[in-house]
Structures are given as structure tokens and as C-alpha cells.
Design a protein. Structure first.
Length: 210
């Protein structure tokens, strides 16, 4: 179990849900949400904080240049993705801009959400400052070849790019090493749903014992 920050008996238990890209985190989070669990998704927050007019987008423009901004004024996600997955210092600069703002918003949303326990979805939890905010870590796991297949079916241009994306994240072994709980999500949705149901019951019991 991880160390928590600012947690008291009256605070909902916080479960950090993480997993590699294309591991199926969103699908698992939706299953928990369908059971009435409050879900705070940092992917959604990350999209919100870079909307036109937000200070974060201005900081990204100042750091990376106008070429990262589309004519519409929105972030050019494709160009940014290609840069940060090919250039480690650039990725670290972007994370230094985004992570504090995302954490701040996630903490605010968690405080307002209530519930016996909450799910905080953080793709890069192993590398994120939000790690000190959660009570347990749930890793959505799947084989690397499944991740690559899913990425190629989405918007990844080539297997080489897919492998660069995977290499830029914590490894499967690193994620599993920090896990309190694991859901195997290799394509069998009913099996995944059963795992979610069992964990929901366990988390509810744990939250009530606090």
C-alpha cells in the first residue's frame, strides 16, 4: 500500500488506476463507474488544461514554439506526440509543465467527488506526483504485443512508432512492481468485468474498515 498525503478516516479511499498505453484503462474505469464509483480521469484533465486560453497552452507555446499550435489555436497533439516520444528531454519538459497542473485539478475533483472509495486514473502513475496521493495502486495489465496491436489499430503510424511509445513509458515490470492489485485485460471483457466486480467488493470492504 502506498503512502498517502492528507488522508483521514473521513476521506474516501483513493485507488490509483494505471497501465501502459492501450492496456484498456478507460474500459476498466468505465466498468467501475457503472458500479457507481467516482472516477477522476487525468487524461480528461490533461485535455482540459491545454484548451485555448489556458495558461498551460501558453507555456507550451513559449517552450516548444508556435509549430505546436494549430491554426485553430488548439494544441497540435500529433506533432507534440511525435516530438515527445522521440526526444526524452522534450518529454520531461512537457511533463514538468503538465503534471503539477493535472495533480492540482485531480486533487480538487477528488475532494468534491465523495464516495466510499474513488478511482484516480493516471496513465503514468509510476512517474507521476499523484502517486503520493493514492492509497492503493491498481494496474491494468496486458502483454506488450496486445498493446502494439491496439496502437496500430488506433492512430499509431507504424510498429516502430508504437514501440517508441512503449519504450518512453515505465515498463510492464516496473508497473507490476508498484501494484497492490492487477487486472489482466488481454481482450476477454467478461473476464475483466468479473475482476472489476471482485475488486469493487474488496475496495468497498477496505474503505469501510478505515
Amino acid at each position: 500500500m502506498t503512502t498517502t498525503e492528507g488522508n483521514t478516516a473521513s476521506t474516501p479511499m483513493r485507488v490509483g488506476l494505471t497501465g501502459g498505453i492501450a492496456s484498456g484503462k478507460s474500459a476498466i474505469a468505465e466498468m467501475f463507474a457503472a458500479l457507481g464509483v467516482a472516477v477522476i480521469d487525468t487524461d480528461i484533465i490533461a485535455r482540459e488544461v491545454v484548451q485555448p486560453g489556458e495558461p498551460v497552452l501558453d507555456e507550451i507555446r513559449a517552450t516548444f514554439g508556435d509549430q505546436m499550435i494549430l491554426a485553430s489555436g488548439k494544441l497540435d497533439r500529433s506533432t507534440m506526440r511525435q516530438l515527445v516520444f522521440a526526444d526524452t528531454p522534450a518529454r520531461e519538459k512537457l511533463e514538468a509543465i503538465l503534471h503539477p497542473r493535472i495533480r492540482e485539478s485531480a486533487v480538487q475533483q477528488a475532494a468534491a467527488a465523495g464516495g466510499e472509495y474513488q478511482l484516480i486514473v493516471v496513465p503514468l502513475l509510476a512517474e507521476s506526483p499523484i502517486r503520493d496521493f493514492v492509497d492503493r495502486i491498481l494496474v491494468v495489465d496486458c502483454p506488450e504485443d496486445v498493446q502494439i496491436q491496439r496502437l496500430l489499430a488506433r492512430d499509431t503510424e507504424s510498429e516502430e512508432q508504437a514501440r517508441r511509445i512503449l519504450a518512453a513509458q515505465a515498463s510492464r515490470e516496473q508497473r507490476l512492481a508498484i501494484a497492490d492489485d492487477v487486472i489482466l485485460n488481454d481482450g476477454d471483457l467478461e473476464q475483466a468485468r468479473a475482476q472489476v466486480g471482485a475488486l469493487h467488493a474488496a475496495y468497498t470492504d477496505l474503505a469501510r474498515q478505515r
